[in-house]
Design a protein around this ligand. Structure first.
Ligand SMILES: [Zn+2]
Length: 449
């Protein structure tokens, strides 16, 4: 990354978004521990694990893994992990095709979607609903977890019946104390199929095949349902989906999953979203289901990230003042020189005179302009030798701010220029545009840092 040899490894880890080695080892060991827990209780390896001890303060490999996994074990409490997947006749005989209709394709993702794309998304879904109303059943589904990544999982679905005089059906359920967002969406699809079966079973059977549209905003969840043969994990919910699909198939109903864009003010989707959210807040009635391996992996990643953050807060570095949180994926410029300069500015360790003087290479830390100390702040915000380039930079940033419903005049700061992600008002796309303005400035300064 072009850092100097003595630059802090902790800072480099954060800049490159690479988990520190020790924590990575902990993550891998904990995952292995989880894999062992998926084995049957009487398997040899589980017995070995339960008897593993440290001998005279020295770890055996197994006791070491157990030791590293202690946080995970604690948070799992007395919940059980879903057992390993076994190929059953269900899976082999499951050949009911599920179609995908990607309405949300080429509309960006929720972080970088523009206003026009949102409007276009709403238009597409609304006209789709209009078109199929009266001829097909449509179900909007959504899932939600009450914390980022993992937590109490809930899902909801809203069913639009065929006839206009019938009332819409709405259902929501909490399905697990510990789940993740993709899984919640898969459960939402399962709930939608469940409701459709209820609906079709109370209606007269038709003599022709018809389509059932399930609308969801999570592509990952749909992929799991469509490629359910090759997905490991999610055993419980997938077996539920399999049996629903079989019932619907025998009722002459073909299932089509419709991928719609999220957060585009689509009425029924918002209803489902709201209902899924509120059901997770009311956690009196949580079934004690199994935790899937997927959720475990996310939980482990979350715990390790938490440890990384704590560790980063203890490191006293200039990089921390700019990048206070770990786990952010930065973008880097294409040109090598510029990328190296950027990384070195983040590290507060570059060829600027203040840094060179600190390690004894330069006698004076005064800038060539004669008006201050040649450090990061001076270079980016003050140096008069770069007045013209800074003007361009200010203009660029102004344009970005104006494009996103002009949030007034923002004062330039080192953090804004080098790590705009720290400001929660900006969307991901705006942050990347601010960064490219900074890169242009570094390039135009013609200084190799
Ligand atoms: Zn200067």
């Amino acid at each position: 990354m072009g850092a100097k040899l003595h630059s802090s490894t902790d800072s480099l880890n954060v800049i490159a978004n690479v988990l520190p080695v020790r924590l990575r080892i902990q993550e891998l060991c904990t995952r292995d521990y989880m894999r062992v827990l998926q084995k049957p209780a009487d398997s040899k390896i589980r017995t070995l694990f339960s008897t593993a001890v440290a001998i005279r303060n020295r770890f055996t490999p197994m006791s070491y893994i157990k030791y590293l996994a202690r946080d995970f074990e604690r948070s799992l409490g007395n919940m059980e992990i879903e057992k390993e997947d076994k190929v059953t006749t269900d899976i082999i005989l499951d050949d009911i095709a599920v179609q995908l209709l990607p309405l949300a394709e080429d509309l960006g993702n929720r972080n970088n979607r523009t206003q026009e794309q949102k409007a276009e998304g709403k238009l597409r879904v609304d006209s789709f609903v209009e078109q199929n109303r009266g001829s097909s059943v449509m179900v909007f589904s959504d899932g939600s977890v009450n914390e980022e990544y993992s937590g109490v999982g809930g899902c909801a679905a809203v069913l639009l019946p065929i006839e206009s005089w019938e009332t819409e059906m709405q259902q929501a359920e909490v399905f697990s104390v510990l789940s993740n967002s993709t899984e919640a969406e898969v459960c939402g699809i399962a709930l939608a199929l469940d409701m459709a079966i209820q609906y079709f079973s109370t209606h007269q059977e038709r003599s022709y095949r018809e389509s059932l549209f399930v609308l969801s905003d999570c592509k990952a969840a749909m992929d799991i349902v469509i490629n359910r043969y090759s997905t490991s994990g999610h055993v419980h919910v997938l077996s539920r989906i399999r049996s629903h699909l079989r019932s619907l198939h025998s009722m002459m109903v073909d299932v089509v999953l419709v991928w719609i864009p999220g957060h585009c003010d689509i009425h029924y989707h918002d209803v489902a979203d709201h209902s899924a959210r509120s059901v997770t807040l009311n956690d009196d009635n949580i079934p004690s289901t199994l935790v899937t391996s997927d959720t475990c992996k996310k939980l482990i990643a979350k715990q390790v990230k938490g440890l990384w953050q704590t560790r980063w807060q203890r490191v006293n570095s200039a990089t921390f003042d700019i990048m206070p949180t770990v786990g952010c994926k930065l973008s880097f410029p294409r040109e090598w020189c510029c990328a190296i300069s950027y990384v070195r500015l983040l590290l507060d360790d570059s060829l600027l005179k203040a840094h060179q003087q600190r390690i004894g290479v330069e006698v004076s830390k005064c800038c060539n302009c004669g008006l201050g100390v040649d450090d990061v702040e001076h270079f980016l915000l003050q140096c008069t030798l770069l007045k013209d380039q800074r003007q361009v930079l200010k203009q660029d940033i102004q344009t970005v701010l104006e494009e996103c419903d002009s949030r007034g005049n923002l004062d330039l700061s080192v953090q804004l220029l080098l790590f705009p992600f720290a400001n929660s008002h900006f969307t991901d796309r705006e942050c990347r545009e601010i960064l490219s303005a900074t890169f242009r400035f570094i390039r135009n300064s013609q200084r190799q840092l």
